[in-house]
Design a protein around this ligand. Sequence first.
Ligand SMILES: *[C@@H]1O[C@H](CO)[C@@H](O)[C@H](O)[C@H]1NC(C)=O
Ligand SMILES: *[C@@H]1O[C@H](CO)[C@@H](O)[C@H](O)[C@H]1NC(C)=O
Ligand SMILES: *[C@@H]1O[C@H](CO)[C@@H](O)[C@H](O)[C@H]1NC(C)=O
Length: 323
Amino acid sequence: MRMLHVLVVMYYVISSPSVYCELCQSTCHIVRVKGLKSADCYGKELTRIPQCLSGGIELLDIGHNRIREIFEEDFRPYSYLEHLYLAENILTDIDEKALEYLTSLYTLDLSSTALYKIPSGIFSLPVLNKLRLGGIRNPKMVDDIEEASPVTSPLVYLDLSNNKLKRLPILGEVPTLEVYNVTSNTNVKLNTTMFAGLCNLQELVDINFTTTFDSACDCYVLEQWLTARHVKFTRFNCGFPECTNQVPIDDLNIYNSCRRLHEAQQQQIYKKKLLTNVGISMGTIALFLLIVLYFIIRRHRKQKKKTEEQAQKQRKEAIDDLL
Ligand SMILES: *[C@@H]1O[C@H](CO)[C@@H](O)[C@H](O)[C@H]1NC(C)=O
Ligand SMILES: *[C@@H]1O[C@H](CO)[C@@H](O)[C@H](O)[C@H]1NC(C)=O
Ligand SMILES: *[C@@H]1O[C@H](CO)[C@@H](O)[C@H](O)[C@H]1NC(C)=O
């Protein structure tokens, strides 16, 4: 009896991964989206990241499921992932180590999850461009984000909408950031320090966004700061304060350092482009020369053959003459 029991347990242990496998293969459709190999697992009541989708998937939409936790090895099979949508899960925990497999990740959507802690590793994903952290409403969120600083991901878009933020985080220098979505947060405290390191910001998306400032002059100074840097934003209601306030020197220093970083990055991109172009041009020239060389050799060979034939003909004629 005992033996049978052990066997039954063993059977379930061995067979359950494959049962789960069949389940996930049939629940998630593999489709092509904009040329990307994609798994569509949206709204399938899944409780874990499926482990048996085909390995090369580049986009995984697993939004609106029942995933509570992401474990260390969950993304091991999916190192080609470029876009990961995890929105609307009851997700509370992401193992920091799980993120280490996501070296190609470009978009990450964690909106409307229940994260206890924003994992700091997301701010150092090497190619992360778009990050959505809207509707998480974790009161520790700002502290978590600041703890993750310095941000080393090349973030271009950051969404912190709908989070009941009391203030914006101080992100440090993020020279890549262009669009910052702070929609639907009310009475958010702002000052220049929160924007000092965002030296390439183009737009503050601030629908249903209200602000507070320590003083009317803080309001005025920030408004001047953003206006001078051509950031698109809705003007604050500062009134007409008489201010002698200047931007704090520390903030200016961070801004200037960020600009230098931005310029260095632009130069690197330019150099890479230039090198690629030079490579392509050299390749084209080399190919052209090869083709020319081929025709020269061919012509030379033909001529040689012709003269040889002529010589032979002459020799033959000479022999014919002799006979
Ligand atoms: C900003 O966030 C809101 C709320 O999540 C969203 O509806 C809106 O599309 C976002 N805007 C941009 C420009 O990303
Ligand atoms: C802006 O606010 C943050 C958070 O409250 C604070 O740490 C920082 O010193 C403030 N900066 C200025 C210039 O007041
Ligand atoms: C802004 O608030 C209004 C009123 O609460 C709401 O109807 C609208 O959808 C909100 N807009 C966004 C972009 O959240």
